[in-house]
Design a protein. Structure first.
Length: 192
């Protein structure tokens, strides 16, 4: 049993007053500190380093030629080499994005001739990369446009689910001429 006398309390109080008068630190319960961190999210998409799809040189037959890059590629109605491949777009940021695509040229500017077509098709390159409103998840080609077109409403940033493939189909009519105009595809990402 410990006995504390009134004179001991007076001494303890005097000691505490001395510490305060001389500015010496006192141990007190309930003192708090703060830890702070700022987290930013990046919105960024990027074409794969091999972002060129070259169908090469050829001549259409009288009925025209159709070239496709999807799967193992195909060529019908001309003498082009078969080209398999696509442009791959990667969500390298840390947030889901809405994705639009546009082209610098349309079919008549890119190919020329009577009734040319220039189409694209988007598919998931990895897992389920587009989880909301993919332009044509049914794997069908649609006409390329020079105006921004929303092609994916929710493009995933998670590794293993963050790539979209863009395949192309061209119809080159018999009367097409070499316009030597490349098509530049522009991707724009907006955080959602």
């Amino acid at each position: 049993m410990i006995n504390i006398y009134k004179k001991d309390l007076i001494c303890l109080a005097a000691f505490a007053m001395t510490l305060l008068v001389f500015g010496l630190p006192m141990v007190m319960a309930g003192i708090t500190g703060t830890v702070d961190v700022a987290i930013t999210s990046a919105t960024e998409v990027s074409f794969d380093t091999s972002a060129t799809l070259d169908f090469g040189e050829g001549t259409p037959e009288a009925g025209g030629a159709t070239l496709q890059s999807n799967g193992s590629g195909s060529e019908d109605g001309g003498d082009w080499d078969v080209v398999a491949g696509e442009l791959t777009l990667d969500n390298i940021g840390g947030t889901s994005v809405s994705l639009t695509l546009s082209s610098s040229v349309d079919a008549s500017e890119f190919i020329g001739g009577t009734t040319p077509t220039f189409k694209w098709m988007l598919t998931d390159g990895e897992g389920t990369s587009c989880t909301g409103g993919m332009l044509n998840g049914t794997e069908a080609f649609v006409e390329v446009t020079k105006t921004e077109l929303t092609v994916c409403g929710d493009f995933n940033p998670d590794a293993g689910n963050d790539e979209l493939d863009i395949d192309f189909e061209l119809f080159i009519p018999y009367d097409a001429t070499d316009l030597s105009v490349p098509a530049t595809i522009t991707a724009t990402a907006t955080a959602i």
